[in-house]
Design a protein around this ligand. Structure first.
Ligand code: FAD
Ligand code: DLZ
Ligand code: SF4
Length: 518
Protein backbone atom coordinates (compact mmCIF):
# COMPACT_ATOMS: atom_id res chain seq x y z
CA UNK A 1 0.00 0.00 0.00
CA UNK A 2 1.58 3.31 -1.02
CA UNK A 3 0.75 7.00 -0.88
CA UNK A 4 1.68 9.32 -3.69
CA UNK A 5 1.97 12.56 -1.73
CA UNK A 6 5.47 13.74 -0.86
CA UNK A 7 7.25 13.78 2.49
CA UNK A 8 10.14 15.48 4.26
CA UNK A 9 12.28 12.47 5.21
CA UNK A 10 12.03 8.86 4.14
CA UNK A 11 12.63 6.45 7.05
CA UNK A 12 13.45 2.90 5.95
CA UNK A 13 12.80 0.27 8.64
CA UNK A 14 14.31 -3.19 8.12
CA UNK A 15 12.79 -6.53 9.06
CA UNK A 16 14.93 -6.82 12.20
CA UNK A 17 14.24 -3.26 13.39
CA UNK A 18 10.66 -3.67 14.60
CA UNK A 19 10.95 -1.40 17.64
CA UNK A 20 8.98 1.77 18.34
CA UNK A 21 11.94 3.40 20.04
CA UNK A 22 14.23 2.75 17.05
CA UNK A 23 16.71 5.61 16.57
CA UNK A 24 15.44 6.40 13.06
CA UNK A 25 11.86 6.69 14.33
CA UNK A 26 12.96 8.84 17.22
CA UNK A 27 14.62 11.18 14.76
CA UNK A 28 11.46 11.38 12.66
CA UNK A 29 8.28 13.39 12.78
CA UNK A 30 4.91 11.71 12.26
CA UNK A 31 3.48 14.80 10.62
CA UNK A 32 6.16 15.26 7.98
CA UNK A 33 8.05 12.02 7.44
CA UNK A 34 7.19 8.73 5.75
CA UNK A 35 8.11 5.27 6.98
CA UNK A 36 8.99 2.63 4.38
CA UNK A 37 8.98 -1.16 4.83
CA UNK A 38 10.21 -3.38 2.02
CA UNK A 39 9.69 -7.08 1.58
CA UNK A 40 12.68 -7.78 -0.62
CA UNK A 41 13.36 -10.84 -2.75
CA UNK A 42 17.09 -10.31 -2.11
CA UNK A 43 16.62 -10.48 1.66
CA UNK A 44 14.44 -13.56 1.51
CA UNK A 45 16.93 -15.46 -0.65
CA UNK A 46 20.52 -14.32 0.11
CA UNK A 47 20.68 -17.62 1.94
CA UNK A 48 17.94 -20.19 1.68
CA UNK A 49 16.32 -19.17 4.95
CA UNK A 50 14.10 -21.60 6.84
CA UNK A 51 10.46 -21.21 5.83
CA UNK A 52 9.45 -20.40 9.42
CA UNK A 53 12.09 -17.67 9.59
CA UNK A 54 10.80 -15.94 6.44
CA UNK A 55 7.22 -16.23 7.66
CA UNK A 56 8.18 -14.82 11.05
CA UNK A 57 10.03 -11.81 9.63
CA UNK A 58 7.38 -10.92 7.04
CA UNK A 59 4.47 -11.35 9.43
CA UNK A 60 6.20 -9.38 12.19
CA UNK A 61 6.98 -6.61 9.66
CA UNK A 62 3.34 -6.44 8.53
CA UNK A 63 2.10 -6.34 12.13
CA UNK A 64 4.57 -3.65 13.13
CA UNK A 65 3.71 -1.52 10.09
CA UNK A 66 0.04 -1.71 11.12
CA UNK A 67 0.96 -0.77 14.69
CA UNK A 68 2.80 2.32 13.44
CA UNK A 69 -0.15 3.28 11.24
CA UNK A 70 -2.47 2.93 14.22
CA UNK A 71 -0.44 5.42 16.22
CA UNK A 72 -0.40 7.94 13.42
CA UNK A 73 2.62 7.28 11.21
CA UNK A 74 2.34 7.46 7.43
CA UNK A 75 3.61 4.12 6.22
CA UNK A 76 4.45 2.79 2.76
CA UNK A 77 4.60 -0.98 2.82
CA UNK A 78 5.89 -2.85 -0.24
CA UNK A 79 4.83 -6.50 -0.23
CA UNK A 80 6.98 -9.19 -1.79
CA UNK A 81 4.66 -9.74 -4.75
CA UNK A 82 3.49 -6.14 -5.28
CA UNK A 83 3.70 -4.93 -8.88
CA UNK A 84 6.94 -3.15 -9.58
CA UNK A 85 8.78 -4.44 -6.46
CA UNK A 86 12.41 -4.37 -7.57
CA UNK A 87 13.42 -6.97 -4.98
CA UNK A 88 16.07 -4.97 -3.13
CA UNK A 89 16.32 -2.27 -0.46
CA UNK A 90 18.23 -0.07 -2.86
CA UNK A 91 15.69 -0.46 -5.68
CA UNK A 92 12.76 0.21 -3.36
CA UNK A 93 14.37 3.25 -1.77
CA UNK A 94 15.00 4.63 -5.25
CA UNK A 95 11.38 3.99 -6.23
CA UNK A 96 10.12 5.61 -3.03
CA UNK A 97 12.33 8.65 -3.66
CA UNK A 98 10.85 9.07 -7.11
CA UNK A 99 7.36 8.72 -5.65
CA UNK A 100 7.75 10.93 -2.61
CA UNK A 101 10.62 13.34 -3.39
CA UNK A 102 12.01 13.34 0.17
CA UNK A 103 14.77 15.70 1.23
CA UNK A 104 16.65 13.01 3.10
CA UNK A 105 16.79 9.26 3.72
CA UNK A 106 17.08 8.13 7.35
CA UNK A 107 17.97 4.62 8.52
CA UNK A 108 19.13 2.92 11.68
CA UNK A 109 22.36 1.05 10.93
CA UNK A 110 21.66 -2.48 9.72
CA UNK A 111 22.80 -5.68 11.43
CA UNK A 112 24.77 -6.96 8.47
CA UNK A 113 27.89 -5.58 6.86
CA UNK A 114 26.71 -6.27 3.29
CA UNK A 115 23.62 -4.09 3.86
CA UNK A 116 25.64 -1.27 5.44
CA UNK A 117 28.07 -1.25 2.50
CA UNK A 118 25.13 -0.98 0.15
CA UNK A 119 23.56 1.85 2.16
CA UNK A 120 26.79 3.81 2.03
CA UNK A 121 26.40 4.08 -1.75
CA UNK A 122 22.82 5.37 -1.67
CA UNK A 123 23.81 8.99 -1.15
CA UNK A 124 25.89 9.12 -4.32
CA UNK A 125 23.27 7.18 -6.27
CA UNK A 126 20.25 9.21 -5.15
CA UNK A 127 21.83 12.62 -4.72
CA UNK A 128 20.08 12.80 -1.32
CA UNK A 129 21.73 12.83 2.09
CA UNK A 130 21.50 9.46 3.85
CA UNK A 131 21.62 9.54 7.67
CA UNK A 132 22.74 6.21 9.10
CA UNK A 133 22.04 6.34 12.83
CA UNK A 134 23.46 4.19 15.63
CA UNK A 135 21.35 1.23 16.66
CA UNK A 136 20.65 2.23 20.25
CA UNK A 137 18.90 -1.07 21.02
CA UNK A 138 22.35 -2.40 21.90
CA UNK A 139 24.00 -1.46 25.19
CA UNK A 140 27.43 -1.11 23.66
CA UNK A 141 27.77 0.94 20.50
CA UNK A 142 30.21 -0.10 17.79
CA UNK A 143 32.46 2.84 18.72
CA UNK A 144 32.36 1.93 22.41
CA UNK A 145 33.35 -1.66 21.67
CA UNK A 146 36.21 -0.46 19.45
CA UNK A 147 37.44 1.69 22.34
CA UNK A 148 37.14 -1.25 24.76
CA UNK A 149 39.09 -3.49 22.38
CA UNK A 150 41.84 -1.07 21.50
CA UNK A 151 45.15 -1.88 23.11
CA UNK A 152 43.96 -5.20 24.58
CA UNK A 153 45.92 -8.30 23.73
CA UNK A 154 42.97 -10.56 24.31
CA UNK A 155 39.32 -9.73 23.86
CA UNK A 156 37.82 -12.00 26.49
CA UNK A 157 34.06 -11.98 26.94
CA UNK A 158 34.29 -12.25 30.71
CA UNK A 159 36.13 -8.90 30.98
CA UNK A 160 33.69 -7.22 28.63
CA UNK A 161 30.76 -8.65 30.58
CA UNK A 162 32.00 -7.20 33.86
CA UNK A 163 32.15 -3.77 32.24
CA UNK A 164 28.58 -4.21 31.03
CA UNK A 165 27.49 -5.19 34.54
CA UNK A 166 29.04 -1.98 35.85
CA UNK A 167 27.55 0.05 33.06
CA UNK A 168 24.01 -1.25 33.52
CA UNK A 169 24.14 -1.74 37.30
CA UNK A 170 22.47 -5.13 36.80
CA UNK A 171 23.10 -7.47 39.76
CA UNK A 172 25.47 -4.95 41.32
CA UNK A 173 25.51 -4.04 45.03
CA UNK A 174 27.50 -0.90 45.82
CA UNK A 175 29.80 -1.44 42.84
CA UNK A 176 30.33 -5.13 43.69
CA UNK A 177 28.76 -8.15 41.99
CA UNK A 178 25.66 -9.46 43.80
CA UNK A 179 26.54 -12.46 45.94
CA UNK A 180 30.25 -11.68 45.72
CA UNK A 181 31.01 -13.40 42.40
CA UNK A 182 30.72 -12.23 38.82
CA UNK A 183 29.97 -15.63 37.40
CA UNK A 184 28.02 -18.58 38.82
CA UNK A 185 28.66 -21.05 36.03
CA UNK A 186 30.28 -23.46 38.45
CA UNK A 187 26.78 -24.03 39.93
CA UNK A 188 25.24 -24.61 36.50
CA UNK A 189 25.39 -27.16 33.71
CA UNK A 190 23.86 -30.25 35.18
CA UNK A 191 22.39 -32.99 33.00
CA UNK A 192 18.58 -33.16 33.04
CA UNK A 193 16.39 -36.15 33.86
CA UNK A 194 13.63 -37.06 31.44
CA UNK A 195 11.04 -37.04 34.25
CA UNK A 196 11.55 -33.35 35.04
CA UNK A 197 8.71 -30.91 34.47
CA UNK A 198 9.32 -29.42 31.06
CA UNK A 199 7.92 -25.95 30.51
CA UNK A 200 6.93 -25.38 26.87
CA UNK A 201 7.12 -21.93 25.29
CA UNK A 202 3.63 -20.55 24.58
CA UNK A 203 2.30 -21.05 21.09
CA UNK A 204 0.36 -18.38 19.21
CA UNK A 205 -2.24 -19.22 16.56
CA UNK A 206 -1.76 -17.46 13.22
CA UNK A 207 -4.13 -14.51 12.72
CA UNK A 208 -5.33 -13.54 9.20
CA UNK A 209 -2.16 -11.47 8.56
CA UNK A 210 0.09 -14.41 9.42
CA UNK A 211 -2.19 -16.81 7.51
CA UNK A 212 -1.69 -14.74 4.35
CA UNK A 213 2.08 -14.77 4.85
CA UNK A 214 2.08 -18.53 5.40
CA UNK A 215 0.29 -19.06 2.10
CA UNK A 216 2.83 -16.82 0.37
CA UNK A 217 5.82 -18.62 1.91
CA UNK A 218 4.35 -22.03 1.16
CA UNK A 219 3.95 -21.14 -2.49
CA UNK A 220 7.11 -19.14 -3.08
CA UNK A 221 9.79 -20.84 -1.00
CA UNK A 222 9.05 -24.51 -1.62
CA UNK A 223 12.74 -25.36 -2.06
CA UNK A 224 13.81 -23.74 1.24
CA UNK A 225 14.54 -25.85 4.30
CA UNK A 226 12.00 -26.30 7.04
CA UNK A 227 8.52 -27.23 8.08
CA UNK A 228 6.24 -24.21 7.90
CA UNK A 229 3.25 -25.51 9.85
CA UNK A 230 2.30 -25.53 12.61
CA UNK A 231 3.49 -21.93 12.83
CA UNK A 232 3.41 -20.85 16.46
CA UNK A 233 5.79 -17.90 16.85
CA UNK A 234 4.78 -14.59 18.35
CA UNK A 235 4.77 -11.91 15.64
CA UNK A 236 3.93 -8.87 17.80
CA UNK A 237 5.60 -7.26 20.77
CA UNK A 238 2.57 -8.04 22.97
CA UNK A 239 2.78 -11.78 22.24
CA UNK A 240 6.58 -11.87 22.48
CA UNK A 241 6.23 -10.32 25.94
CA UNK A 242 3.76 -13.04 26.88
CA UNK A 243 6.32 -15.62 25.78
CA UNK A 244 9.00 -14.00 27.94
CA UNK A 245 6.65 -13.76 30.93
CA UNK A 246 6.01 -17.50 30.61
CA UNK A 247 9.76 -18.08 30.71
CA UNK A 248 10.05 -15.93 33.85
CA UNK A 249 7.22 -17.83 35.54
CA UNK A 250 8.06 -21.38 34.55
CA UNK A 251 11.65 -21.79 33.39
CA UNK A 252 14.05 -19.06 34.58
CA UNK A 253 14.60 -20.60 38.00
CA UNK A 254 16.12 -23.71 36.37
CA UNK A 255 17.73 -21.93 33.41
CA UNK A 256 21.24 -22.08 34.85
CA UNK A 257 21.08 -25.59 36.22
CA UNK A 258 19.98 -27.18 32.96
CA UNK A 259 21.52 -24.72 30.51
CA UNK A 260 23.75 -27.35 28.89
CA UNK A 261 21.43 -30.34 29.17
CA UNK A 262 19.90 -32.16 26.19
CA UNK A 263 17.02 -34.63 26.18
CA UNK A 264 15.46 -36.67 23.42
CA UNK A 265 12.30 -35.03 22.09
CA UNK A 266 12.73 -31.99 24.37
CA UNK A 267 13.53 -29.03 22.17
CA UNK A 268 13.47 -26.18 24.63
CA UNK A 269 14.16 -27.45 28.16
CA UNK A 270 14.61 -24.37 30.37
CA UNK A 271 15.74 -21.97 27.64
CA UNK A 272 13.99 -18.67 27.03
CA UNK A 273 13.32 -19.17 23.30
CA UNK A 274 13.35 -15.42 22.74
CA UNK A 275 16.34 -14.85 20.46
CA UNK A 276 14.23 -14.49 17.31
CA UNK A 277 12.05 -11.90 19.08
CA UNK A 278 15.01 -10.02 20.54
CA UNK A 279 16.93 -9.90 17.28
CA UNK A 280 13.92 -8.72 15.28
CA UNK A 281 13.28 -5.93 17.78
CA UNK A 282 10.06 -7.25 19.33
CA UNK A 283 11.74 -7.47 22.74
CA UNK A 284 14.25 -5.18 24.39
CA UNK A 285 17.41 -6.76 25.87
CA UNK A 286 17.76 -4.48 28.88
CA UNK A 287 14.08 -4.81 29.70
CA UNK A 288 14.38 -8.62 29.75
CA UNK A 289 17.42 -8.43 32.02
CA UNK A 290 15.69 -6.05 34.43
CA UNK A 291 12.70 -8.39 34.65
CA UNK A 292 14.99 -11.36 35.32
CA UNK A 293 16.80 -9.43 38.06
CA UNK A 294 13.43 -8.44 39.58
CA UNK A 295 12.54 -12.16 39.71
CA UNK A 296 15.76 -12.77 41.66
CA UNK A 297 15.07 -9.85 44.00
CA UNK A 298 11.63 -11.16 44.88
CA UNK A 299 13.02 -14.67 45.44
CA UNK A 300 11.41 -16.25 42.39
CA UNK A 301 14.70 -17.35 40.80
CA UNK A 302 18.16 -18.07 42.23
CA UNK A 303 21.26 -16.04 41.52
CA UNK A 304 22.99 -18.71 39.42
CA UNK A 305 20.03 -18.73 37.01
CA UNK A 306 19.61 -14.97 36.75
CA UNK A 307 23.31 -14.19 36.51
CA UNK A 308 23.66 -16.90 33.83
CA UNK A 309 20.73 -15.44 31.90
CA UNK A 310 21.82 -11.81 31.93
CA UNK A 311 25.40 -12.87 31.02
CA UNK A 312 24.06 -14.34 27.78
CA UNK A 313 22.35 -11.07 26.91
CA UNK A 314 24.51 -8.21 28.17
CA UNK A 315 27.64 -10.34 27.85
CA UNK A 316 27.68 -12.75 24.93
CA UNK A 317 25.10 -11.07 22.74
CA UNK A 318 26.72 -7.64 22.91
CA UNK A 319 30.23 -9.07 22.75
CA UNK A 320 29.70 -11.08 19.55
CA UNK A 321 28.19 -8.02 17.90
CA UNK A 322 31.25 -6.01 18.88
CA UNK A 323 33.57 -8.69 17.49
CA UNK A 324 31.58 -8.78 14.24
CA UNK A 325 31.79 -5.07 13.51
CA UNK A 326 35.37 -4.79 14.68
CA UNK A 327 36.57 -7.45 12.27
CA UNK A 328 34.35 -7.31 9.21
CA UNK A 329 34.71 -7.82 6.30
CA UNK A 330 37.82 -10.01 6.65
CA UNK A 331 36.27 -12.00 9.49
CA UNK A 332 33.72 -13.63 7.16
CA UNK A 333 36.45 -15.26 5.08
CA UNK A 334 38.49 -16.65 7.96
CA UNK A 335 39.40 -20.32 7.85
CA UNK A 336 42.23 -20.63 10.36
CA UNK A 337 42.24 -24.41 10.32
CA UNK A 338 42.07 -24.70 6.53
CA UNK A 339 38.94 -26.88 6.65
CA UNK A 340 37.54 -27.72 3.22
CA UNK A 341 35.17 -30.70 3.36
CA UNK A 342 31.68 -29.94 1.96
CA UNK A 343 28.81 -29.79 4.42
CA UNK A 344 27.18 -33.25 4.48
CA UNK A 345 23.70 -33.40 2.97
CA UNK A 346 22.25 -34.69 6.24
CA UNK A 347 22.56 -31.19 7.70
CA UNK A 348 19.66 -30.31 5.40
CA UNK A 349 17.62 -33.48 5.92
CA UNK A 350 18.47 -34.87 9.36
CA UNK A 351 18.98 -38.27 7.72
CA UNK A 352 21.79 -39.68 9.85
CA UNK A 353 22.12 -42.55 12.30
CA UNK A 354 23.91 -40.34 14.83
CA UNK A 355 21.02 -39.72 17.18
CA UNK A 356 22.36 -36.51 18.68
CA UNK A 357 22.74 -35.02 15.19
CA UNK A 358 19.36 -36.33 14.01
CA UNK A 359 17.70 -34.77 17.07
CA UNK A 360 19.39 -31.37 16.75
CA UNK A 361 18.88 -31.17 12.99
CA UNK A 362 15.37 -32.64 13.13
CA UNK A 363 14.13 -30.01 15.56
CA UNK A 364 15.92 -27.33 13.55
CA UNK A 365 14.00 -28.38 10.45
CA UNK A 366 10.79 -28.48 12.46
CA UNK A 367 11.01 -25.25 14.42
CA UNK A 368 14.00 -23.20 13.19
CA UNK A 369 15.33 -23.53 16.75
CA UNK A 370 17.98 -25.49 18.61
CA UNK A 371 19.43 -24.41 21.91
CA UNK A 372 23.00 -23.29 22.40
CA UNK A 373 24.57 -26.61 23.39
CA UNK A 374 22.95 -28.41 20.49
CA UNK A 375 24.38 -25.76 18.13
CA UNK A 376 27.80 -25.69 19.77
CA UNK A 377 28.47 -29.21 21.02
CA UNK A 378 26.47 -31.31 18.56
CA UNK A 379 26.16 -29.83 15.05
CA UNK A 380 29.05 -27.37 15.50
CA UNK A 381 31.31 -29.89 17.22
CA UNK A 382 30.71 -32.45 14.47
CA UNK A 383 31.47 -29.94 11.70
CA UNK A 384 34.67 -28.84 13.43
CA UNK A 385 35.89 -32.38 14.09
CA UNK A 386 35.07 -33.48 10.55
CA UNK A 387 36.89 -30.51 8.99
CA UNK A 388 33.88 -29.00 7.22
CA UNK A 389 34.44 -25.77 5.28
CA UNK A 390 33.49 -23.01 7.75
CA UNK A 391 31.84 -20.96 4.99
CA UNK A 392 29.40 -23.77 4.36
CA UNK A 393 28.83 -24.20 8.08
CA UNK A 394 28.21 -20.45 8.37
CA UNK A 395 25.69 -20.46 5.54
CA UNK A 396 23.84 -23.32 7.18
CA UNK A 397 23.52 -21.61 10.55
CA UNK A 398 22.51 -18.34 8.91
CA UNK A 399 19.79 -20.09 6.93
CA UNK A 400 18.25 -22.49 9.40
CA UNK A 401 17.62 -20.52 12.60
CA UNK A 402 14.82 -18.00 13.06
CA UNK A 403 17.18 -15.83 15.13
CA UNK A 404 20.01 -15.77 12.58
CA UNK A 405 21.43 -12.49 11.31
CA UNK A 406 25.06 -12.24 10.40
CA UNK A 407 26.13 -9.94 13.27
CA UNK A 408 25.29 -12.65 15.80
CA UNK A 409 25.52 -15.84 13.77
CA UNK A 410 28.93 -15.29 12.16
CA UNK A 411 31.05 -14.82 15.32
CA UNK A 412 29.20 -17.66 17.02
CA UNK A 413 29.83 -19.95 14.06
CA UNK A 414 33.24 -18.99 12.75
CA UNK A 415 34.68 -17.89 16.08
CA UNK A 416 33.09 -19.79 18.93
CA UNK A 417 32.11 -22.96 17.13
CA UNK A 418 34.56 -23.51 14.26
CA UNK A 419 37.70 -21.87 15.73
CA UNK A 420 38.20 -20.43 12.25
CA UNK A 421 39.26 -17.00 13.54
CA UNK A 422 42.45 -18.38 15.04
CA UNK A 423 41.24 -18.09 18.62
CA UNK A 424 40.18 -14.44 18.59
CA UNK A 425 36.87 -15.26 20.26
CA UNK A 426 37.44 -18.61 21.98
CA UNK A 427 40.55 -19.50 23.93
CA UNK A 428 40.29 -23.11 22.80
CA UNK A 429 38.25 -25.04 20.26
CA UNK A 430 34.90 -26.30 21.58
CA UNK A 431 35.40 -29.98 20.79
CA UNK A 432 34.37 -33.14 22.57
CA UNK A 433 34.16 -36.86 22.09
CA UNK A 434 30.89 -38.73 22.58
CA UNK A 435 31.57 -38.81 26.30
CA UNK A 436 30.50 -35.18 26.83
CA UNK A 437 27.30 -35.64 24.80
CA UNK A 438 26.56 -38.80 26.77
CA UNK A 439 27.08 -36.97 30.05
CA UNK A 440 24.84 -34.05 29.14
CA UNK A 441 22.05 -35.92 27.32
CA UNK A 442 20.05 -39.12 27.10
CA UNK A 443 20.73 -39.44 23.36
CA UNK A 444 23.40 -42.12 23.39
CA UNK A 445 21.25 -44.82 24.97
CA UNK A 446 18.98 -44.83 21.88
CA UNK A 447 21.73 -44.38 19.29
CA UNK A 448 22.87 -47.23 17.04
CA UNK A 449 26.45 -46.14 17.66
CA UNK A 450 28.20 -47.23 20.83
CA UNK A 451 29.37 -44.22 22.78
CA UNK A 452 31.84 -46.17 24.90
CA UNK A 453 33.60 -47.74 21.89
CA UNK A 454 36.58 -45.79 20.62
CA UNK A 455 37.00 -47.28 17.19
CA UNK A 456 35.44 -49.72 14.78
CA UNK A 457 32.35 -49.47 12.58
CA UNK A 458 29.90 -49.31 15.50
CA UNK A 459 31.85 -46.84 17.63
CA UNK A 460 30.47 -43.35 18.19
CA UNK A 461 32.00 -41.28 15.35
CA UNK A 462 32.69 -38.37 17.69
CA UNK A 463 35.30 -40.49 19.51
CA UNK A 464 37.74 -41.21 16.70
CA UNK A 465 37.07 -37.83 15.07
CA UNK A 466 37.95 -36.09 18.34
CA UNK A 467 41.39 -37.66 18.59
CA UNK A 468 41.97 -37.37 14.87
CA UNK A 469 41.23 -33.64 15.06
CA UNK A 470 43.73 -33.20 17.88
CA UNK A 471 46.34 -35.21 15.99
CA UNK A 472 45.74 -33.28 12.73
CA UNK A 473 46.14 -29.92 14.46
CA UNK A 474 48.82 -30.88 16.94
CA UNK A 475 51.39 -28.52 15.53
CA UNK A 476 49.25 -25.41 15.92
CA UNK A 477 47.45 -26.42 19.13
CA UNK A 478 49.86 -28.34 21.30
CA UNK A 479 51.04 -25.19 23.07
CA UNK A 480 47.52 -24.01 23.93
CA UNK A 481 47.54 -24.21 27.74
CA UNK A 482 43.87 -25.23 27.77
CA UNK A 483 44.67 -28.27 25.64
CA UNK A 484 47.73 -29.33 27.63
CA UNK A 485 45.94 -32.15 29.44
CA UNK A 486 44.37 -33.73 26.37
CA UNK A 487 47.65 -33.62 24.47
CA UNK A 488 49.31 -35.26 27.48
CA UNK A 489 46.76 -38.10 27.20
CA UNK A 490 47.33 -38.37 23.44
CA UNK A 491 51.11 -38.40 23.84
CA UNK A 492 50.95 -41.13 26.45
CA UNK A 493 48.55 -43.27 24.44
CA UNK A 494 49.84 -46.53 23.08
CA UNK A 495 50.93 -46.19 19.42
CA UNK A 496 48.60 -48.93 18.20
CA UNK A 497 45.63 -47.30 19.88
CA UNK A 498 46.47 -44.02 18.23
CA UNK A 499 46.75 -45.72 14.84
CA UNK A 500 43.41 -47.48 15.32
CA UNK A 501 41.69 -44.20 16.21
CA UNK A 502 43.11 -42.42 13.20
CA UNK A 503 42.19 -45.26 10.91
CA UNK A 504 38.64 -45.30 12.25
CA UNK A 505 38.38 -41.57 11.64
CA UNK A 506 39.75 -41.97 8.10
CA UNK A 507 37.20 -44.70 7.29
CA UNK A 508 34.36 -42.56 8.65
CA UNK A 509 35.47 -39.46 6.75
CA UNK A 510 35.79 -41.49 3.54
CA UNK A 511 32.20 -42.67 3.98
CA UNK A 512 31.19 -39.06 4.50
CA UNK A 513 33.03 -38.02 1.32
CA UNK A 514 31.39 -40.82 -0.62
CA UNK A 515 28.00 -39.61 0.65
CA UNK A 516 27.26 -42.94 2.31
CA UNK A 517 24.76 -42.83 5.15
CA UNK A 518 26.53 -42.35 8.48
P1 FAD B 1 18.75 -18.84 25.93
O1 FAD B 1 19.66 -19.99 26.09
O2 FAD B 1 17.52 -18.85 26.74
O3 FAD B 1 19.59 -17.50 26.24
C1 FAD B 1 18.94 -16.24 26.41
C2 FAD B 1 19.39 -15.25 25.37
O4 FAD B 1 20.78 -14.98 25.48
C3 FAD B 1 19.19 -15.67 23.93
O5 FAD B 1 17.87 -15.45 23.50
C4 FAD B 1 20.19 -14.81 23.19
O6 FAD B 1 19.65 -13.57 22.87
C5 FAD B 1 21.30 -14.62 24.21
N1 FAD B 1 22.44 -15.51 23.91
C6 FAD B 1 22.76 -16.66 24.50
N2 FAD B 1 23.91 -17.14 24.02
C7 FAD B 1 24.32 -16.27 23.07
C8 FAD B 1 25.43 -16.21 22.20
N3 FAD B 1 26.38 -17.13 22.21
N4 FAD B 1 25.50 -15.18 21.35
C9 FAD B 1 24.56 -14.23 21.32
N5 FAD B 1 23.48 -14.22 22.12
C10 FAD B 1 23.38 -15.23 22.99
N6 FAD B 1 22.13 -16.67 18.56
C11 FAD B 1 21.36 -15.85 17.83
O7 FAD B 1 20.63 -15.03 18.39
N7 FAD B 1 21.40 -15.88 16.46
C12 FAD B 1 22.19 -16.75 15.79
O8 FAD B 1 22.19 -16.76 14.55
C13 FAD B 1 23.00 -17.65 16.54
N8 FAD B 1 23.80 -18.55 15.92
C14 FAD B 1 24.57 -19.39 16.66
C15 FAD B 1 25.41 -20.29 15.98
C16 FAD B 1 26.21 -21.15 16.72
C17 FAD B 1 27.15 -22.09 15.99
C18 FAD B 1 26.18 -21.12 18.12
C19 FAD B 1 27.06 -22.03 18.90
C20 FAD B 1 25.36 -20.23 18.79
C21 FAD B 1 24.55 -19.36 18.07
N9 FAD B 1 23.70 -18.44 18.73
C22 FAD B 1 22.94 -17.58 17.97
C23 FAD B 1 23.71 -18.28 20.19
C24 FAD B 1 22.66 -19.12 20.94
O9 FAD B 1 22.76 -20.47 20.56
C25 FAD B 1 21.25 -18.62 20.75
O10 FAD B 1 21.18 -17.25 21.03
C26 FAD B 1 20.26 -19.33 21.68
O11 FAD B 1 20.33 -20.71 21.46
C27 FAD B 1 18.87 -18.82 21.45
O12 FAD B 1 17.93 -19.55 22.19
P2 FAD B 1 17.19 -18.96 23.48
O13 FAD B 1 16.52 -17.69 23.14
O14 FAD B 1 16.35 -20.05 24.02
O15 FAD B 1 18.44 -18.67 24.39
C1 DLZ C 1 15.76 -11.94 7.25
C2 DLZ C 1 14.90 -11.03 6.44
C3 DLZ C 1 14.04 -11.56 5.48
C4 DLZ C 1 13.89 -13.04 5.30
N1 DLZ C 1 13.29 -10.78 4.70
C5 DLZ C 1 13.33 -9.43 4.87
C6 DLZ C 1 12.57 -8.56 4.06
O1 DLZ C 1 11.87 -8.97 3.15
N2 DLZ C 1 12.64 -7.23 4.31
C7 DLZ C 1 13.42 -6.73 5.31
O2 DLZ C 1 13.41 -5.51 5.53
N3 DLZ C 1 14.18 -7.52 6.05
C8 DLZ C 1 14.17 -8.86 5.86
N4 DLZ C 1 14.95 -9.67 6.60
C9 DLZ C 1 15.87 -9.05 7.57
C10 DLZ C 1 17.07 -8.44 6.83
O3 DLZ C 1 17.74 -9.45 6.12
C11 DLZ C 1 17.98 -7.74 7.84
O4 DLZ C 1 17.39 -6.52 8.18
C12 DLZ C 1 19.34 -7.45 7.28
O5 DLZ C 1 19.99 -8.66 7.08
C13 DLZ C 1 20.18 -6.59 8.24
O6 DLZ C 1 20.34 -7.23 9.48
FE1 SF4 D 1 25.85 -38.93 19.31
FE2 SF4 D 1 27.79 -40.72 19.62
FE3 SF4 D 1 25.91 -40.48 21.47
FE4 SF4 D 1 25.31 -41.51 19.08
S1 SF4 D 1 26.68 -42.36 20.57
S2 SF4 D 1 24.12 -39.99 20.22
S3 SF4 D 1 26.64 -40.32 17.74
S4 SF4 D 1 27.40 -38.93 20.91
Amino acid sequence: MTHETGCRNLVLILGDQLTRSLSSLRAADKAMDRVLFVEAHEETTYVRHHKKKIAFVLSAMRHFAEELRRIGWSVDYVKLEDDGNTGSFRGEVERACRRLSPQKIVVTEPGEWRVLEDMKTWQAASGLPVDILDDTRFLCSRAEFRAWASGRKQLRMEHFYRDMRQKTGLLMDDGKPAGGRWNYDADNRKPARADLFMPEPPRFSPDPVTAEVLTLVERRFTDHIGTLRPFWFAVTRADAEKAFDAFLDHALADFGTYQDAMLKGEKFLYHAVVSAYLNAGLLDPLDLCRKAVAAYQKGAAPLNAVEGFIRQIIGWREYVRGIYWLNMPDYAASNGLGASRPLPDFYWTGDTDMLCMAEAIGQTIGDAYAHHIQRLMVTGNFALLAGIDPQEVHEWYLAVYADAYEWVELPNTLGMSQFADGGLLASKPYISSGNYINKMSDYCGSCPYEVKARNGADACPFNALYWDFLARHKQSMKNNPRLGQVYAVWNKMDGEKREALRESAAIFLKRLDEKQKV
